[in-house]
Design a protein around this ligand. Structure first.
Ligand SMILES: [Zn+2]
Length: 322
């Protein structure tokens, strides 16, 4: 009997051992592995000294976190560039990026939007403009297909420049109530991603990404992405302001629908560098994502969207392996 029990236990061990191997192999997909390769952040902001955002505390997010604003433009730059090093952020689309260009010439892609079209063209010709972003007419109650906005899309299409267009969510949660001076013109009904459809029909070669991903309009977003293969999104703000579960529900919906190759990492770091930590951790903590899917979100999708050369991509990935 004893012998039998020993055998039983032994065979149980062997079985469990085998099962474990099988499990390891078959769960390659679900992983908590930390992605350590190069990252592209599609959504950052630089500010000049004296800007009113500096020193501003971010009100409690839906995760109930607050963020202290960098006290000066210099502090902000230092904190953000330190994170470029820490996380291997090899490229970043930065509104007002010219302010940091000398410090990180290889990393910064300069973005601008709120300038006359002619001056954007001039900046492009001078090599000082790599994206038209962040277009955010909804803060003034204006939608994408308003005649005032069309010349920007036309220019972007002509020059092959990526456009970053701000849709929902905008500002902090309850922003209308906590920052009425700044966000008083914002309305939910102006921020639905579907407002871009006529623009996409009229400028079919546009390279465009919806900043903030259009949460919570996942169904509308799926429809838009299904109809228009050139629509990408970034996850900025939703990846640090929403509870992780809600972010994951949104992300899973898009992944399940087959759009995992058009979702890009972004932060919308304004004066709160710590949001970059939270945003990156949120994707790394998503155990339903494979390491490969994390790589798509953190790097590959943006590299394709921005049209990085193979040489540049190899260089970014090689550095990581060393
Ligand atoms: Zn932004």
């Amino acid at each position: 009997m004893k012998h039998f029990s020993t055998l039983l236990i032994l065979s149980l061990f062997i079985t469990l051992g085998c099962k474990q191997n099988v499990t390891t192999e078959s769960t390659e997909k679900a992983t908590n592995e930390i992605y350590k390769g190069p990252i592209i952040d599609m959504h950052l902001h630089a500010y000049p000294e004296g800007d009113s955002f500096l020193g501003l505390t971010h009100p409690p997010t839906l995760r109930n976190e607050t963020f202290e604003g960098a006290a000066s433009a210099e502090d902000l730059k230092k904190e953000v560039l330190a994170r470029f090093e820490k996380y291997n952020i090899v490229k970043a689309v930065v509104t007002s990026g010219e302010l940091w260009l000398d410090d990180a010439p290889d990393n910064i892609l300069i973005a601008k939007a709120n300038n006359p079209v002619d001056s954007l063209r001039k900046k492009f010709e001078e090599g000082k403009l790599q994206a038209i972003a962040e277009m955010a007419p909804f803060y003034a109650g204006i939608k994408a297909n308003n005649p005032s906005q069309l010349p920007y899309f036309k220019l972007a299409e002509e020059l092959g420049l990526p456009v970053g267009f701000h849709v929902f969510p905008g500002g902090p949660n309850y922003g209308f109530h906590v920052m009425p001076q700044m966000l008083g013109g914002m309305r939910v009904y102006n921020a639905n991603p579907l407002q871009l459809e006529e623009v996409l029909v009229n400028y079919p070669n546009l390279k465009i990404y919806l900043m903030h991903g259009g949460w919570p309009y996942a169904e509308d977003l799926k429809a838009l992405m299904y109809a228009h293969p050139n629509v990408y999104i970034d996850l900025a703000v939703v990846n640090w302001i929403l509870p992780e579960e809600e972010l994951y529900t949104f992300l899973k919906t898009l992944m399940k629908a087959g759009f995992g190759d058009r979702i890009m990492h972004g932060t919308d770091q304004m004066v709160w560098p710590e949001t970059m930590d939270v945003a990156i951790a949120s994707i790394n903590n998503a155990d339903f994502l494979t390491l490969e899917q994390k790589e798509d979100i953190f790097y590959d999708n943006a590299a394709a969207f921005l049209g990085l050369s193979e040489e540049e991509i190899n260089e970014h990935k090689k550095v990581n392996k060393e």
